[in-house]
Design a binder for this molecule. Sequence first.
Ligand code: PEP
Ligand code: MN
Length: 339
Amino acid sequence: MIIVMKQGASKEELGEVKKRIRELGYKPHVIHGETRDVVGAVGDERGKTVLHSLESMPGVENVVPILKPYKLASREVKPEPSVVEITSEIAIGGGELLVMAGPCSVESEEQIIETARAVKAAGARILRGGAFKPRTSPYSFQGMEEEGLKLLALARQETGLPIITEVVNPRDVELVARYADIMQVGARNVQNFALLKMLGQLEKPVLLKRGMATTIQEFLMSAEYILSEGNRRVILCERGIRTFETATRNTLDISAVPVLKEQTHLPVVIDPSHATGHASLVPSMCYAAVAAGADGLIVEVHPCPEKASSDGPQSLRPADFAAVMQKVRLFAEVAGKRL
Ligand code: PEP
Ligand code: MN
């Protein structure tokens, strides 16, 4: 249910509404809007009609059901877009197009520092790099783990770029959170609800990737797991879904961007690297993403893709990435975003 407060309702009235929601066995989530506050009361769907009684409380305008199965992620609860702060200077979901770039995996100090410098010079604001890798084969490189996290921290120190890195396992959440500025949930973990709940208890942004066989509704329900635990800093990432097509590694669902924009206030990012699987296809998908209204991109870049431990074929060389960024800047301008 959404409890819409009256314009100018007092803090005390809001406090009383929250208290009553808790007494009825629901969790209140306050969303401060431009003109008025609304309170999302979430919990057991079956008895929610008891919440209608809140309509007679002082400061309450009306009580309306949230029609979507996801609540806090929905535009019904929060019509204006969410701007997710990464640091005091960097945010996503507002007027800026945020580009995250770096290798699939952290491999060595030299590799991550060189890449970090190159992507920064090209205009990326966030460094990506996997230290824990979810690989299809148990015999493939699994990542440098904490050693990789330390190298990412070193690259951040050297360049000032905040870092995004994946957490694969609930037992590593605390460790990864000690290093990461953004916690990445990979496509294979989109419905790892234990992991999502843990991330919901952090005060750190989470980039949630869509699974390769996840509908948009399921994707938003996964985001809801994080939001409902209290963490509002969720960024969605479309990275291609599985279809019958084999020319690309996955099929980039570009229409997911406008669909998500209609359904949710959360920022949306496109990953053209995992979507296509081929470096030659990455540039055009970057431009398409920006044209479709994405708030950001996450792109794999490697100083020497032929030697990469993972995802070399889809990784751009630094010079190619720099050229793509020049053109992305133009598309961003047309889309009304700054790079
Ligand atoms: C990655 O970002 O390197 C990765 C493994 O992505 P995905 O979870 O989208 O496959
Ligand atoms: Mn990868």
